[in-house]
Design a protein around this ligand. Sequence first.
Ligand code: ADQ
Length: 456
Amino acid sequence: MSRLVVVSNRVSAPRQGRTGGEGGLAVGILAALRERGGLWFGWSGKITELGGKLESFDAGRITYATLDLTARDYEEYYSGFANRSLWPLFHYRLDLADFTRRYLAGYQRVNALFASKLLPGLQADDQIWIHDYHLIPLADQLRQAGCKQKIGFFLHIPWPAPEVLVALPNHRSLVNSLCAYDLVGFQTETDRQAFIDYVLRDAGGTAIDETTVELNGRRVKTGAYPISIDTGNLAKVAEEAANTRHTERLRASVRDRDLIVGVDRLDYSKGLVARVEAFEHLLKAYPANRGRAVFLQIAPPSRSDVPEYQQIRGELESACGRVNAAYADFDWTPIRYLNKGFSRRLLTGFFRVSSIGLVTPLRDGMNLVAKEYVACQDPDEPGVLVLSRFAGAARELEAALIVNPYDTEGVAEALQSALAMSRDERRERWRSMYDYLVRHDIDGWRESFLKALSDA
Ligand code: ADQ
């Protein structure tokens, strides 16, 4: 079997004394790399004066190769084009998008740097798998330097509708560069279709078959590969976490009240302020929940050097403060907002003791928290997942209570239904989602993508 080369913005290299803490994606990729042997290449996470220094080390059959970036690379490529141009645009937040040309130049420069550092280490029959919006032009850069290997790309975030995409000044060249891949994978069929629509309608490409298009003489195959989690293992971890000291402390602090849990990076795409407003409406419209419902929102800061992220943090703090000031009593605080992260193990226990998992992004490629919440439930006493229709996960987790996060009253109603739901109905909904996630786990995701890449 040929060697696998994975390229992503950040590399999840093992750190001494820390194992088992990896998220689903790292688990899935590491399993493939261990099985076939391979290379994981990306940014080290370090910023140095000269940048570009390649460091590599082997761990078993895997080689980790990372390079540093300069402060300017970081600002223009990462904070700039990736997170201030593409991220907001692909999440339908044109109002927040900044298309400064300097950012685009930095994005192209860093992609060219990645290509030049990766190329010398490639072997003739390598299979290359590039991840996410940071690295869209990488295959094109590699091809220009003579790379002939099979290259696949997986986009972890949504692909926007053509009317939104064309707001990007370089939309045409971005799509052209995607056509340098042999296979482009999306989270959902909707994302894939939006890409095809653009290629056929806006760019003048032609359809070769259902999934393959041709643009400027290049053929690219497309597919929807919904990412998933290590379902079975996570369920086991959650069962073990059910009675740990931290879970017990949480349970004791909530007592016989109903716990609603939300876990997100602090990002404007996650709909956190609207979520707080929906919870506020629950207390207003269904007063029996006052003194009874507790909403635990865990949202550690992310990308905090991007101004829009500082702003959302302020907005969320003031929304939580407002609700607590209006409704709290001497023995009950409605919202517990924690601006910090917790280990994966602890989170599984928190998911397990919560009556509701509240996952209401305004736009999300997939949202793994929704799937993790389901995997962590107690089969006898499962909680209810309340899930935004704008998360990719809603296409698969149809037995969740699907909501429109812009409809504050609708979300409050769904919360109320979830709180009142019979045990039989909870079990039935949970069972169908859990069984689905066992059949469609992270291994299945990776295997189906890599098989399609081999066949492409
Ligand atoms: P994210 O936007 O980061 O990922 P998500 O899929 O929900 O969103 O989370 C990724 C992982 O981070 C999950 O394993 C989750 O448990 C963990 N995580 C999230 N918030 C956390 C917190 N507060 N504390 C600790 N851990 C936390 C992007 C896309 C998603 C897509 C993933 C994978 O935006 O749509 O599902 O990539 O493709």
